[in-house]
Design a protein around this ligand. Structure first.
Ligand code: KMH
Ligand code: ZN
Length: 297
């Protein structure tokens, strides 16, 4: 199973909007249809930030998030990874609340406080300036809640120092091992994609850890191609990249999943099913018992 690749589809994120790409889902029906298409094209995991269906803004509303999770679980066995970043203006308590309420298969766990901004890399203009707070105390508390609820954390690392934050906290055993990391490239305030950096990040994590990678905009498929070669897993989706190639808009996150799947197959890495992903990513053997259904049942 070692050679198999797990593809995650990140459908929305906190920032992308229909004005930029009309295929960003806002309603439950749009989320479910998009998740099913991602599954059909090879994704084993879907990463979710719920949106207010009327405004399209990210929302901490648990009923909305739960409705989306339930709708996806009714239609396909894809594993569900819920964001604990959600969006700008969401409180620390609101960010973690869906974990105990929904008990998704996985959740993002952000690993350091940082500038999390939007910039024009050509001109150096900072378009949107924002501090993303993830203190050690907060990371520890979120990790505890995830562990108690049987939810596998995906450790979002936007720089190599974030890996060291986790290794420091892990001296006290805050997380069940093996750990699972996501190396994120291209956030203004984080590391940009370079082969040297991804090699350094991979070499910094424990030998038994699993990892995937995603990148903002043009960093997306570059990082994923490197991960295919280096034995990592992939994340694509309209959350971080609106395009399929150049300035051509993607028809949906599913089209990026299909492209990533082709890239992986080209290098003889087969795609993991959700059941296989559960094993590869070392999800808890006992599936979280969620009132909103269980993936794969
Ligand atoms: N959009 C990614 C760069 C999270 O949801 O916790 C960040 C992300 C964080 O996916
Ligand atoms: Zn996210």
């Amino acid at each position: 199973m070692d050679h198999k690749v797990v593809i995650t589809a990140a459908l929305t994120g906190a920032a992308t909007r229909k004005e930029q790409n009309p295929n960003v889902p806002y309603t439950k029906e749009e989320f479910v249809a998009e998740a099913v298409k991602c599954y059909e094209n090879g994704a084993a995991v879907v990463h979710l930030h719920a949106r207010d269906p009327k405004t399209g803004m990210p929302t901490p509303d648990i009923e909305i998030a739960a409705g989306i999770v339930e709708g996806i679980r009714e239609r396909c066995p894809i594993l569900i990874n819920v964001s604990t970043a959600i969006g700008v203006g969401v409180t620390k308590e609101q960010r973690i609340a869906p974990i105990a309420a929904i008990k998704p298969d996985m959740a993002s766990l952000n690993t350091g406080t940082m500038n999390f901004s939007l910039a024009d890399h050509k001109t150096g203009e900072i378009i949107f300036d924002f501090v993303f707070e993830n203190t050690f105390d907060q990371i520890r508390k979120y990790a505890k809640i995830m562990t108690e609820n049987g939810v596998k954390p995906e450790l979002e690392c936007y720089d190599i120092g974030h890996i060291h934050n986790i290794l420091l906290l892990q001296k006290k055993g805050i997380l069940e091992e093996p750990l699972h990391f996501n190396f994120v490239f291209g956030v203004a305030g984080g590391i940009r994609f370079l082969m040297d950096y991804i090699v350094a990040m991979k070499n910094s994590i424990p030998k038994d850890a699993t990892w995937c990678t995603c990148g903002v905009g043009p960093n997306s498929f570059q990082a994923n191609m490197a991960a295919i070669v280096m034995g990592g897993h992939l994340r694509v989706g309209l959350e971080d990249n609106l395009y399929i190639r150049g300035k051509e808009l993607a028809k949906g996150s599913w089209e990026q999943v299909a492209k990533a799947a082709d890239m992986a197959r080209m290098l003889d890495r087969e795609l993991a099913t959700p059941d296989e992903a559960r094993i590869i990513l070392n999800l808890p053997t006992k599936k979280a018992d969620s009132p909103y259904g269980v993936s794969g049942d």
